[in-house]
Design a protein around this ligand. Structure first.
Ligand SMILES: [Zn+2]
Length: 407
């Protein structure tokens, strides 16, 4: 089964939908329904094919600078005179490739809907940006988050969470793109990641997002909470929102990630701590100092054989050891000589929607609206087009601050 992937660096953008959407509308000739996804970043070259008719446009002036019926796989590079695409060099800083009718654009063997823009990002580097309708973007993301075989109401709940999170992540500070296509945003695979049932879930919830007090809610989600979802501010103190304070969850019991166990050599943990700047000799013990309301670990104390003591937050410890090795922050520790066992529950940071819980609720006949209301209590469902119309003012205190999200 395709599963969620993990670390993501999120720019907590303005947080106000209107600001995000308005920003999108101001970018080049993109409309409010478009999102710009960086599919190749700062590369020396990329490969491009176009199956069908296309037009090339200078992104800065909007002028058509070329066209063609088909492009056989060609190398794209930056030359002194401009961008080399196919046999021609275009003396522009940003080149938009627009498909005519149903032409397919293929970049590095991946097929994309919408436009592709080649952007000069250094003396020898280009970034490739896919400009795509928000709904199509959600279709290209959903398959990477949940199985397309899951109950439809769970897929619909995830579609709303994914669409909302995409809008929330739009980064007004970035000139060239809103999100990346990797683990730093949401994993996006273009056309090849579309499946019939995930597409249906997107269509049946078209335009729907979650808001809280008139602003786009950062709809965090994770694979399995293991019994209770986490209060977002335990991980990111600035995200103090009532719908993200955590709820008990009895719906993810069937998740394969409900229970896990991981064994480490103490020496390996010591080495990784040293690598991250924590000076520590040979380890003797790791103890839990404090847990939070959801039972996740707030603070750990690590002692070394030479008597040093290190107090570290559960979040930092998991980041350092690796969020895939320590699947969650809810575990017991048992020392075994030169080894240590972590026996834990759940997978992911635990904030917001519990994906296996949503599946469990859908199997019990709850609707996607009930699922969303359960995991994001107090939030409201609305069409983002209406939010755009209502044009709320942007507040300064919500301006961008980068936050590391570990799933
Ligand atoms: Zn759960």
């Amino acid at each position: 089964m395709k599963k969620v992937l993990f670390i993501f660096l999120v720019v907590v953008a303005c947080g106000i939908a209107v600001a995000a959407i308005a920003q999108v509308t101001q970018k080049g000739n993109l409309s409010s329904e478009m999102i710009r996804v960086a599919i190749v970043r700062d590369a020396r070259e990329a490969y491009l094919s176009i199956e069908g008719q296309y037009r090339l446009r200078d992104a800065n002036t909007g002028k058509v600078v070329g066209q063609g019926l088909r492009l056989v796989r060609s190398r794209i590079r930056l030359l002194e005179k401009g961008i080399l695409a196919g046999l021609d060099v275009y003396p522009v800083a940003r080149l938009i490739i627009e498909p005519v009718r149903d032409a397919s654009i293929i970049v590095n063997n991946h097929r994309f809907r919408g436009t592709v823009t080649l952007v000069r990002t250094g003396p020898h580097h280009i970034t490739v940006v896919n400009g795509i309708n928000l709904e199509d973007y959600v279709k290209g993301v959903l398959f990477h988050e949940v199985s397309n075989h899951w109950p439809m109401e769970a897929l619909k709940a995830q579609a709303v969470a994914t669409r909302t999170y995409a809008l929330y992540s739009v980064n007004p500070a970035s000139k060239d793109y809103d999100v990346t296509n990797d683990i730093y945003s949401q994993v996006y695979g273009g056309r090849e990641s579309e499946r019939y049932r995930t597409g249906l879930a997107v269509d049946r919830t078209a335009g729907e997002i979650l808001v809280y007090q008139g602003k786009v809610l950062p709809t965090y989600f994770h694979a399995t909470c293991g019994g209770m979802t986490e209060d977002a501010k335990e991980l990111w103190p600035k995200i103090d929102l009532s719908p993200l304070r955590g709820v008990p969850c009895m719906f993810c019991q069937d998740s394969p990630h409900m229970h896990w166990k991981k064994n480490f050599r103490l020496r390996d943990i010591q080495l990784v701590l040293n690598k991250h700047g924590y000076k520590m000799g040979l380890m003797k013990d790791i103890g839990i100092v404090e847990r939070d309301r959801s039972d996740r670990i707030k603070t750990l104390k690590i002692t070394s054989r030479d008597g040093q003591e290190l107090t570290i937050s559960g979040k930092d410890f998991r980041d350092i050891v690796g969020p895939n090795a320590l699947k969650s922050n809810n575990y017991e520790i048992s020392m075994q000589g030169y080894y240590v066992d972590f026996v834990g529950k759940g997978w992911g940071h635990g904030v917001g929607l519990c994906q296996w819980g949503a599946r469990g609720m859908a199997l019990q006949q709850f609707t996607y609206k009930q699922i969303l209301a359960y995991y994001y209590p107090g939030s409201q469902l609305m069409d983002y087009h209406d939010l755009l119309k209502s044009a709320l003012p942007v507040k300064e205190e919500n301006s961008a601050k980068p936050v590391t999200q570990v799933k």
